[in-house]
Each structure stands twice: as C-alpha cells, then as structure tokens.
Design a protein around this ligand. Structure first.
Ligand code: URA
Length: 233
C-alpha cells in the first residue's frame, strides 16, 4: 500500500501539492469513490485510480535526465556538500544517480530508482558508451591523440581506447566505455594536458537535452527509456 500522492507523482500526474489540489477539487476517484485526502493509502497494483476519469497506471520506476551543475556530488548523501538528489523534488525519495560525475563535472546524469537497469548500464561488461565535451589547456600532438585512441596506462591504471573527435586545438569530444575514477582527466594528464571544463553529453543513446539548464531535469520520454532498456539487456 502506498500514499495516493506518491502513486500519482510517480505516474507524473503532478507534484505532491498539485495532487493535493486535484483531490480538493474532487477530480480524483479511488475505486469509484472520490478521494478524501492525498495521503490516503491505496493498493497501487489493484485499486482503480482515476484523475478526471482517466485511469492512472502505477509506475514503480521513475527516470529523470538531469543536467548536473558543478558543485554537486553524485551521491545520495553528502556531509557538507549538496548532492544531485538535492536538485530533485522531495516527492521522489529513494532515487539515486546512475553512475558518478565529479563535483566539477556538468552534464547528463540519469536519476532513477530502477536498480536493475542502473546495474546493467554501469556493468563494465555492457561497454556502455559515455561521451564528454572536454576543454583542455594545450593542443594535442598527433602521437598524443594516437595514445588516447589506443589506450593508456597512467599511475598504474590502464584506460581502454577512447574515441577522440577534435573540435578545436583545446576542445574535443571523448567517448569512453569505462567509468573509472577521473577517467577523462587522467587520460588527458597522461598526455601532459589538463582538463579545464568537462561535460557529459551522452550515455549510449541518451543525449543530454540542451534545453535543460544546469540543475534542471525532466522525465525520460517513452522512446528514450525503451532504447536505454533495449541496450542494457
Ligand atoms: N571523467 C572524469 O575525469 N570526470 C568525470 O566526472 C567523468 C569522467
């Protein structure tokens, strides 16, 4: 049994306060009877919940695309530091970031409560591509690019080949399939360069929606989700 407002929020009907308003306006019915309050308990799988006479299907899992801003850590709890979950409305408790971006990295981060899907996407066996927009301090020589593209050992850690797409002398896209700690920064350090700005723009088929300002998020579309699930299997 779950709270009615939780079920409606998961089904993207509205936030907790919006759902409260709907109930007050007598627009929500549970098993044919007008809902009395938004915190009433409902059987999410069996009760017939209607909003404006439209049947609501319970969604166990929620998926958001977040444009992570700098200054937030990719964790569910932070001691003295805001976490990416602080950016998500409190109605969506129990969610977590799928993977990690450094505190000073921006861009695409999937926020979900779907543990099995996150596990698949993060599994090294799945080789899920991650594409980054990188700004760096020095132009790269041809042999540096070659090293990046054939794989690099740095501080005893092996980084698999990355795909390099030049944008300018000091900016590029890099595509990696692993998710090692500081991977892009360390790859650039390995060739004597330094990352000054980093933004993830893609995870497999999921491309950052550039209309999202840093700190904003939106639910994945049905197509985005379907593709992501196909790929993860
Ligand atoms: N590589 C990094 O160095 N940092 C990130 O946040 C992601 C990839």
């Amino acid at each position: 049994m779950l709270r009615l407002d939780r079920v409606l929020a998961n089904a993207r009907v509205g936030s907790r306060s919006e759902v409260k308003k709907l109930v007050k306006e007598k627009r929500v019915k549970v098993n044919g009877i007008l809902a009395k309050s938004s915190d009433m308990r409902v059987d999410e799988n069996n009760d017939k919940i209607l909003v404006d006479d439209i049947l609501i299907k319970y969604e166990k899992y929620v998926y958001f695309m977040l444009n992570k801003p700098q200054g937030y850590i990719s964790a569910t709890e932070g001691k003295n530091c805001p976490t990416v979950l602080d950016l998500i409305h409190e109605d969506y408790r129990g969610m977590f970031p799928c993977g990690r971006l450094d505190k000073d990295t921006e861009g695409l981060l999937l926020i979900t409560n779907d543990g099995p899907l996150a596990h698949e996407l993060l599994s090294p066996k799945k080789h899920v591509e991650k594409e980054y927009y990188v700004e760096h301090t020095l132009p790269l020589a041809d042999q540096d690019v070659q090293r990046i593209q054939t794989g690099i050992v740095y501080n005893g850690v092996t980084y698999k080949p990355a795909v390099y797409k030049k944008i300018s002398d000091t900016s590029c896209h890099l595509v990696i399939q692993e998710g090692k700690y500081h991977e892009i920064k360390f790859i650039m350090n390995a060739v004597g360069d330094k990352v000054v700005y980093l933004k993830r723009i893609r995870m497999k088929n999921l491309v950052l929606d550039e209309s999202l300002k840093p700190g904003e998020y939106r639910p994945l579309t049905a197509d985005e989700l379907e593709d992501l699930k196909l790929i993860a299997r």
